[in-house]
Design a protein around this ligand. Structure first.
Ligand SMILES: *Cc1c(COP(=O)(O)O)cnc(C)c1O
Length: 390
């Protein structure tokens, strides 16, 4: 690996494993489950960690190491570990750091499966969670107790596209000696680097914009070396590792992250402006629209507004369902951050099991539609939304 300090785009492209004797230009794929030792002494030293080297691909593999190294450089992190999925990263990070009796303070609107960890699984191990409303940051400190160990949030949030002030979270975490963990999936390391604002750990679902082409699942946690050490030891024993093949795909994807995300954001802003002017739309939420309630915070902490636009269609659940059924080009899919634009209507689909009150608690109104704006020509995306809205 290279020790020079480059700009973001260059790090994403030039951070690379040492070339083999074949002098390949692009990093090869190391599909190997284990690595050989030269002799008994080599094996002993490797297992006692006197030597840093690959032993077994559950622990590390050249392809996963390259991927993690790139994310560390992009996020300004000391160290990291790559996981099979974003949820494996979320679960393993918490499980490695928490003990029975510990308490989490989290934003109320977090990714659905993360919410399920907090409400269904962690209580089995006597780990409790309190939730703050992302629009009432002044209440956060009131949830902190002597058992609180982790402060957790996503920004922008899914699916309501709220923004939380990362600098504020950083200062609260510092004051109360908490570990601040940010799920940075919607922003990508290109648009926002939470460590600058005081986060100790940053998690990504690499499945989304990092792959960006709807092909592979992956996850990663990066941050301070001492915390990553615990997460690494937990993970090397429990087995959520990223496969070398997916790591190779994801590392390649990072080479084009900045150009892809620039274009995603350019298209998304145009889509947001179109929606804001449409008579059948009540409101639009996009971080870089002046009408966004946290526009100033978004400008402070994000380079661009991201690729997700939320809006409320007039006419509630029925209108939302009809809109989805009238869409022609955009996909109806559970993914986001793909080259292909995707529309979802949470109230009639992903969140239909919640009561209206529960939905409103996470800012999902009946007419809320989420668009993951892709890389098709923006006129084609807008035309599809327009014919469905009309
Ligand atoms: C998708 C997603 C996850 C989970 O990632 P997977 O790769 O699907 O396991 C976690 N957090 C956020 C914000 C996500 O969008």
């Amino acid at each position: 690996m290279n020790e020079e300090k480059w700009n973001f785009e260059t790090e994403a492209i030039r951070t690379q494993l040492e070339r083999t004797n074949f002098l390949e230009h692009s990093t090869p794929l190391y599909l190997t489950s284990s690595f050989v030792f030269e002799d008994a002494e080599d094996m002993r030293a490797s297992f006692t960690e006197e030597k840093e080297r690959n032993i077994y691909s559950r622990f590390s593999n050249p392809n996963t190491s390259e991927f993690v190294e790139k994310i560390c450089k992009m996020e300004g992190a000391e160290s990291g570990y790559a996981f099979a999925t974003g949820m494996a990263a979320v679960f393993s990070t918490f499980a490695a750091l928490l003990n029975s009796g510990d308490h989490i303070v989290s934003a109320r609107s977090v990714f659905g499966s993360t919410h399920a960890l907090f409400t269904t699984y962690f209580p089995k191990w006597n780990i409790s969670t309190s939730y703050f409303n992302i629009n009432e940051p002044e209440t956060i400190e009131s949830f902190i107790t002597s058992n609180t160990k982790i402060l957790y949030a996503e920004s922008p949030t899914n699916p309501a596209i709220d923004i939380i002030d990362l600098e504020l979270l950083g200062s609260i975490a510092k004051k109360h000696n908490l570990i601040l963990i940010i799920d940075n999936c919607f922003a990508t390391p290109y648009l926002q680097q939470p460590i600058k604002f005081g986060a100790h750990l940053v998690i990504h679902s690499a499945t989304k914009l990092i792959d960006g082409q709807g092909r592979v699942l992956g996850g990663v946690t990066v941050g301070s070396a001492d915390l990553i050490r615990d997460i690494y030891l937990f993970s090397r024993n429990t087995g959520p590792a990223l496969s070398p093949f997916n790591a190779w795909v994801l590392s390649k994807s990072l080479e084009t992250l900045s150009v892809r995300v620039d274009k995603h954001c350019e298209n998304a802003l145009k889509v947001a402006e179109f929606l804001e002017a449409h008579p059948n739309v009540n409101w639009v939420k996009y971080p870089f629209l002046k009408s966004h309630p946290q526009y100033e915070v978004a400008k402070k902490q994000m380079k661009l507004g991201g690729n997700i636009v939320a809006f409320e269609i007039k006419g509630g659940i029925a209108a939302g369902r009809k809109f989805i059924n009238t869409i022609k080009m955009c996909s109806l899919s559970a993914n986001l951050g793909d080259t292909r634009s995707i529309v979802t209507h949470p109230a009639s689909t992903t969140h239909s099991k919640l009561s209206e009150d529960e939905r409103l608690g996470v800012s999902i109104t009946d007419g809320l539609v989420r668009v993951s704006v892709g890389l098709e020509h923006v006129d084609d995306i807008i035309n599809d939304l327009k014919q469905a809205l009309n």
